[in-house]
Design a binder for this molecule. Structure first.
Ligand code: BTN
Length: 329
């Protein structure tokens, strides 16, 4: 679908939505859009193929009966309040990984703020080489291309920027979300969302960063694969109510854009404060597993670059990456 077709279809949908229970005549639509009646009909057919239920009556016109639960630009676009993020949105029913696709698009010149969403990932990537699995059509698998002007050493800050935006969006959806260092988001100790940031850079500067975000939205507890059932949760499982997925995406992109603005204008300090207010890790006794090492101590703080400061007796360890297990709630 090119952009003009998309905006014609967006406009047909918004006129039909405005019409509510009433039929909107084909003549009115063709006048408003400056299209022939046949062209209007073709767009309606295309919308039906995308899952919109539209009744057509020769004497009365068209009426919107049902919209699909998808994360296409048609559904997310009208809800967006951003300047850049999500203004170009690539939607796929199935992909290996949205991060892989985003990387390809960014290499081909994809813009800052372009978003890639998949209803289903066949090879979703998690941190530290793990896989990320979620049942099709019920979650969010999204990658955002960002092009900050920073040296590579500052790229890890973006993971914390994303975690803050994500935790706040989840909290606004009515769940008690908390960040576990570095970037898991949990509800009552179970993981609801994860972030995988990947970057392309040379020694001097970052070319682009892919912010990969996976959120368990409307996954019933019983549908998690056995191997993660004990440690995973979703918004639906936590509050017994589904979320409107397109609204969630629009809200998340708005939050992300506004935290990215803060970060660009004021640096990492306000992100660190916000992260600290949202975390469940600090003050806890934890075990941290990093490459080949296991460290035990109290998670005392994060430093000015987001690294974890772990108090182990007299020693204060600075940890850049790893898995944290909280020993006591
Ligand atoms: C983690 O907690 O291990 C990170 C999980 C990140 C999953 C998301 S889903 C969208 C994006 N595409 C991927 O392949 N991974 C990230």
């Amino acid at each position: 679908m090119d952009d003009t077709e998309q905006s014609n279809e967006e406009m047909i949908l918004s006129f039909l939505a405005e019409g509510g229970e009433d039929y909107v005549s084909g003549a009115a639509l063709s006048d408003k859009l400056g299209l022939s009646r046949t062209a209007v009909w073709k767009h309606v057919e295309q919308l039906r193929r995308l899952g919109y239920r539209i009744d057509a009556q020769a004497s009365r016109g068209y009426r919107l009966l049902e919209v699909p639960d998808t994360l296409t630009a048609l559904e997310v676009g009208p809800l967006l309040a951003t300047r850049e993020l999500g203004r170009t949105l690539h939607h796929y029913d199935e992909l290996d990984s949205t991060n892989v696709k985003a990387f390809e698009l960014a290499h081909e010149g994809g813009f800052h703020g372009e978003v890639i969403v998949a209803e289903h990932q066949t090879a979703g990537k998690g941190r530290r080489g793990r896989v990320w699995v979620s049942p099709p059509g019920k979650s969010l698998a999204m990658s955002v291309i960002v092009r900050p002007e920073i040296p590579p050493s500052r790229a890890p800050e973006l993971t914390l920027v994303t975690a803050v935006a994500l935790a706040e969006t989840l909290r606004d959806s009515g769940v008690d979300a908390r960040i576990k260092w570095p970037n898991d988001v949990q509800i009552a100790g179970k993981k609801v969302a994860g972030i995988l940031t990947e970057l392309s850079a040379d020694t001097e500067r970052v070319h682009f960063v892919i912010l990969g975000i996976g959120v368990n939205l409307n996954v019933p507890a019983a549908e998690f694969p056995a191997e993660i059932a004990e440690i995973a949760t979703s918004i639906l499982a936590a509050k017994n109510q589904p979320v409107h997925r397109a609204l969630f995406v629009a809200a998340l992109l708005a939050k992300l854009e506004s935290w990215l603005d803060v970060w660009t204008e004021q640096g990492f300090a306000p992100i660190r404060d916000a992260w600290k207010a949202l975390t469940s890790t600090l003050g806890q006794e934890v075990v941290v597993r990093t490459d080949g090492k296991e460290l035990r101590g109290v998670a005392e703080d994060i430093d000015e670059s987001g690294a974890l400061l772990l108090r182990a007796g007299e020693k204060l360890e600075r940890i850049l990456s790893g898995d944290v297990e909280q020993l006591r709630a």
